[in-house]
Design a protein around this ligand. Structure first.
Ligand SMILES: Cc1cc2nc3c(=O)[nH]c(=O)nc-3n(C[C@H](O)[C@H](O)[C@H](O)COP(=O)(O)O)c2cc1C
Length: 306
């Protein structure tokens, strides 16, 4: 979230495993006080590791939260050379570098049902559920996104936190290897039908374009039955699996977690008739510009050898 990259990998010499830790220096105290989003991001990084391992012919077995005394030790991944590395994972490998968040308008073209079926299957393979809501539920979720944007605008602390992770090229901003760069902001919205988060809301960059977004956003909701840290890590892996599959299918995607960041709004995002207890992510999917790559920290900052 906000491209904070809150992960750290450790390889212990002689061992066949990589440990994944959450980074307590990279939390978002106002938008993510219970670290649920941090677990989602780290789950996505864990999924990419499993994809890379499969691509290189290794089987990767992940154990979540292996140390009951250390909540920041999120996973151990045991690597084994294997003749039967998971093909389904390996096939996703080309999408790892191609997938980007797209905060650009999408067309009104409908996503075919077999493509949506594939995305639902991707979530199920990771133990989660993906639902594609009908018209009333989509409208209700969009209303919640707008409500959240208003709460965000009214909270100085949240706005300051967003600003501290936005890179507009002005002096005094943090390192360019993290945070949201100006190229990833997308245009300012005219009419606001599918509110992408506006990381520029505070500064109003003078030469940012304005665009009309799709009138009928196509969204999908990712959820789990329970809401504990292990569920958040599973949801993060499912989120990444859905996004990589969507990339292979030629879809563009952005994420809208604003309503899930406010405890008073989050329960209303679910459809009471569907057996998903807790929503973890709202995807906006469609056909349009795929977005640009956002910078990442150097490998030496995120991988240690001990
Ligand atoms: C838990 C989580 C929540 C996110 N919520 C939003 C959001 O509300 N709005 C948005 O535009 N992007 C959201 N993002 C997307 C991140 O900003 C994005 O992944 C990050 O900046 C890196 O860019 P990339 O996806 O292009 O690699 C979220 C990402 C995560 C992991």
């Amino acid at each position: 979230m906000h491209n904070a990259q809150p992960w750290r990998f450790v390889h212990r010499s002689g061992g066949r495993s990589l440990a994944l830790y959450g980074d307590p220096q990279r939390t978002l105290p106002f938008a993510d006080p219970d670290h649920r989003a941090l677990h989602l991001g780290c789950g996505a990084a864990l999924f990419n590791l499993r994809v890379a391992a499969a691509h290189h012919g290794w089987a990767a077995e992940a154990r979540l939260l292996p140390d009951p005394n250390d909540p920041w030790h999120l996973a151990d991944v045991l690597l084994r050379q294997s003749d039967s590395a998971d093909r389904g994972l390996a096939d996703l490998h080309p999408a790892v570098r191609r997938r980007h968040t797209s905060r650009f308008p999408f067309s009104e073209e409908q996503i075919p049902e077999p493509v949506l079926d594939g995305l639902r299957a991707a979530a199920l393979l990771e133990g989660c559920r993906l639902i594609t809501p009908g018209a009333w539920h989509t409208d209700a979720v969009m209303e919640l996104v707008r409500d959240a944007a208003m709460l965000e605008a009214a909270s100085e602390a949240v706005r300051a936190e967003i600003a501290s992770w936005t890179r507009t090229g002005r002096p005094g901003e943090g390192p360019a290897t993290e945070g949201i760069p100006v190229d990833a902001l997308g245009p300012r919205q005219y009419g606001v039908s599918a509110p992408a988060r506006d990381f520029d809301a505070q500064r109003h960059l003078p030469d940012r374009e304005v665009a009309l977004f799709e009138e009928h956003p196509q969204i999908a909701l990712l959820g789990t039955v329970e809401d504990a840290p292990a569920d958040w890590l599973r949801a993060g892996q499912a989120m990444q699996r859905v996004l990589l599959q969507a990339t292979l299918d030629g879809l563009a995607a952005s994420l809208m977690s604003q309503p899930l960041e406010w405890p008073e709004l989050r329960p209303s995002a679910r459809d009471p008739s569907v057996a998903i207890g807790f929503i973890h992510m709202v995807f906006r999917l469609g056909y349009g510009a795929s977005g640009e790559a956002t910078p990442r920290r150097p490998v030496a900052d995120v991988l240690a050898f001990q």
